[in-house]
Design a protein around this ligand. Structure first.
Ligand SMILES: [Zn+2]
Length: 419
């Protein structure tokens, strides 16, 4: 077969949308709760069932299934040990998650490999579809991609625990897996040509702009702090207002200052959220002596993020002083922003255009495995619209036509890369 007809048939290839839909429905039945949300926490019963199901689908398609040391499950096409293109995401969920999230990216990747396998054309490079372990964070998150990128140490693996105090080592051992083998999942930069991920937007922008395809330009960075304001607990009736050291006032004032701090130090893409506040001693008739709150701040630009951290630190210290409070904060996590590869951005854009889909460029406000994989190789991300921007809930949904459109964009990009 000549080069012209070969690349033509690759460009004409479309995913089998009904097969993809059947896979999405089958996987979302695993871990489904009575309220129709889905719980497949990493290494839970449901996660293990989903992994076994996925392995079956990989083998049914005539692809090679491979599980690495971090229990990442790979489907491989044309594997010969030479550098590969990788597409993927994750099939674990948050507690009470939705049916798409990472699962869609894995199933789209699988469908792309399956179609390319069916076309039976010689491919220039091996292709892998990966389902990463614990993206959602039962044990901290992004475990599988960090293992592949070589970002885990034995100490990280030893100290990882879930909210119930179960260690990663015990959780994996109970499934016959050796957590320390995650260190062996490391891949060299030379072994990968690029990483592509399709994901639901998890936000309202594409739907609001009536765009079917989001061409992701970069992935936001973030920092998460735990802030502790310390005052003096005292009687709610006998302590006059002007003689109080009410720790809650510190948090309230800080929360109220956030819009101004973002205006003055952030960008239009900055986000800051206090999602949790705990007051101690926590009784209705006691002035709170301690107020503990979370802070989650995001921006796709590293300098903006650094400016925001500095501004928040200064604001906290000034208002603590004003109210006679002490304050301390602990950095729980910091993730650097990542730019997507210019060549892949261009390819995704052109593929969407060729297929006649409305598209727009946007940053990702959520963290994805692609962020970690960017340490190792070029990354590209395709977003499809989330109905009403909903995610991490039973209401998470994307129209079937949009899913099909996104899958065909992914297939076309992969076809161009390997054909
Ligand atoms: Zn996800």
């Amino acid at each position: 077969m000549g080069t012209a007809s070969r690349s033509t048939s690759l460009l004409d290839a479309r995913v089998n949308a009904s097969r993809l839909r059947a896979d999405i429905e089958a996987l979302s039945a695993i871990g489904r709760q009575p309220d129709r949300s889905i719980s497949r926490l990493a290494f839970s019963e449901a996660d293990m069932e989903a992994r076994a199901w996925l392995r079956g689908r990989i083998e049914d398609a005539g692809l090679t299934a491979h599980q690495d040391g971090a229990a990442n499950l790979h489907a491989r096409l044309g594997w010969d040990g030479s550098p590969s293109y990788m597409i993927g995401s994750h099939i674990d969920t948050v507690p009470s998650g939705g049916p798409l999230d990472g699962a869609l990216g894995v199933l789209v990747g699988l469908e792309c490999l399956r179609r390319l396998h069916e076309l039976d054309l010689p491919l220039r490079h091996p292709l892998e579809c990966v389902a990463f372990s614990d993206e959602e964070g039962r044990f901290g998150g992004l475990l599988g991609s960090q293992a592949i990128a070589g970002q885990l140490s034995p100490a990280d693996l030893h100290k990882a625990r879930d909210l119930e105090g179960v260690s990663l080592i015990d959780a994996m051992a109970s499934r016959g897996l050796d957590a320390m083998a995650a260190l062996d999942a490391r891949r060299s930069a030379e072994s990968l040509l690029a990483y592509l991920e399709l994901h639901i937007e998890q936000g309202p922008v594409l739907e609001a702009r009536a765009a079917t395809i989001g061409v992701v330009e970069g992935i936001t960075g973030l920092f998460k702090w735990e802030i502790r304001m310390i005052g003096t607990p005292n009687h709610a009736g006998t302590t006059p207002m002007d003689l109080r050291h009410d720790a809650f006032t510190g948090v309230v004032e800080f929360a109220a200052a956030i819009p101004r701090l973002l205006d003055e130090n952030g960008s239009a893409r900055s986000r800051a959220t206090i999602g949790r506040v705990e007051l101690q001693p926590g009784s209705a008739n006691t002035v709170p002596g301690r107020a503990i709150c979370s802070l989650d701040v995001r921006d796709p630009n590293p300098e903006v993020l650094a400016n925001l951290a500095e501004a928040m630190r200064r604001s906290l210290s000034a208002l603590a002083r004003r109210h006679g409070l002490m304050f301390e904060f602990e950095i729980l996590s910091e993730v650097e922003p990542v730019a997507c590869d210019a060549g892949l951005i261009e390819r995704i854009d052109r593929a969407a255009e060729a297929l006649g889909h409305e598209r727009m460029r946007l940053p990702s406000g959520a963290v994805h495995d692609a962020q970690v994989m960017a340490k190792l190789t070029r990354v590209g991300m395709i977003f499809v619209p989330s109905l009403q921007g909903m995610s991490h809930s039973a209401a998470e949904w994307t129209a079937w036509e949009d899913i099909e459109a996104g899958a065909n964009v992914a297939l076309r990009v992969l076809g161009e890369l390997v054909g």
